[in-house]
Ligand binder design. Structure first.
Ligand SMILES: [Zn+2]
Length: 334
């Protein structure tokens, strides 16, 4: 799809010439990486979500092989597809399910070890990350090397559990990633009993966009939220975010485990993956220079299927001891 509207904040900036004149020199300076004028760039985003403890292609509950998906298979796909301009993100629900609970006491949870070994750039907290309470989640987060996004989980003083955004740079292009969890989790997670509240993700998103809009060229949402609202909770679907914030170029949806290969809402590209590492979204943006920034001139997405890949040997070796332990723990439960 052609998307020539440019990022929305460029329109916003254009409203006020004084603001634009003030901003231009700052942005030109930040973009001064020697890129020649008129050169298009390609930016690849690989996105996963809802891995639910599936580090290897094995279902520890059913005690059987599960070749349809795993982090280890996706690691092989990432290894094949990634180049130096690739961004790799996960939209959460990572440390719950498939026996992942056995490993909450580990210094670094095996699922987090997978994210670290695969060199993820960002990981958004999912509602199931809250299942064990905030103290446990804080310990899990401490072991994570990717930027941890949780922009609408705040303590009583308004301090977020983790940052709501991160700004990455690829070849002179500045990419803002924003991440929030579904506010519907207020009703089913223990988080609020521990002085943490789940605030409105749209309000938090708009605050972040106001803060970073002149510091980024491209804006990507990594949301642990489905596309539509759930349980009559306001702003709990990424449709709400895309409709209110056309500044986004791409939003990674998640949480519903329904494959959405490529959909456009209000001009924003939306994707969603199946759960348990069965699929990974492979998004390609073509960027062209415009004034002092970059705009998306075209974008597309396709689905990568984990079943087409063998487990990555490095991840398989890293996870072998957890595989043995999960099988043993499951047997002891019987
Ligand atoms: Zn979820």
């Amino acid at each position: 799809m052609e998307k020539r509207t440019a990022a929305g904040w460029k329109r916003t900036a254009g409203i006020c010439l004084a603001v634009l004149l003030f901003v231009l020199p700052v942005r030109a300076e930040k973009n001064g990486d020697g890129q020649g004028p008129g050169e298009n760039r390609r930016l690849q985003i690989l996105a996963t979500s809802d891995l639910h403890g599936r580090f290897l292609p094995y279902d520890y509950v059913l005690e059987q092989e599960a070749p349809d998906g795993s982090a280890a298979q996706l690691a092989s796909a990432v290894r094949e597809l990634r180049d130096e301009d690739t961004i790799l993100v996960d939209a959460g629900d990572t440390i719950q399910g498939n026996g992942a609970e056995f490993f909450l006491g580990e210094e670094v949870h095996p699922m987090i070890q997978c994210l670290n070994a695969m060199d993820y750039d960002a990981w958004c907290i999912g509602n199931h990350e809250l299942d064990y309470g905030v103290p446990v989640l804080k310990q899990v987060i401490a072991g994570a090397e990717p930027a941890v996004l949780a922009g609408n989980l705040c303590d009583a003083g308004g301090k977020p559990l983790s940052e709501g955004y991160v700004i990455l740079e690829r070849g002179g292009v500045r990419i803002g990633l924003i991440g929030m969890v579904t506010p519907a989790c207020r009703s089913w997670d223990p988080v609020e009993r521990e002085d943490y509240a789940v605030s409105d993700p749209l309000e938090e998103t708009q605050k972040i966009i106001d803060e970073i809009q002149f510091d980024v060229d491209i804006l990507i949402g990594v949301y642990h939220m489905g596309i539509e609202e759930e349980h009559d909770t306001a702003d709990s679907g990424v449709r709400d975010i895309a409709m209110a914030c056309p500044d986004f170029d791409v939003i990674i949806a998640s949480h519903n485990h329904r494959l959405v290969e490529e959909r456009y809402i209000n001009g924003v590209l939306i994707v969603e993956n199946r759960s348990h590492g069965e699929t990974m979204a492979d998004i390609t943006l073509t960027l062209e220079p415009e004034d002092d920034t970059w705009v998306v001139s075209s974008c597309s997405a396709r689905t990568i299927y984990a079943k087409d890949y063998d487990p990555d040997p490095e991840i398989a070796e890293l996870m072998a001891r957890y595989d043995r332990r999960a099988k043993r723990e499951m047997r002891e439960l019987e």
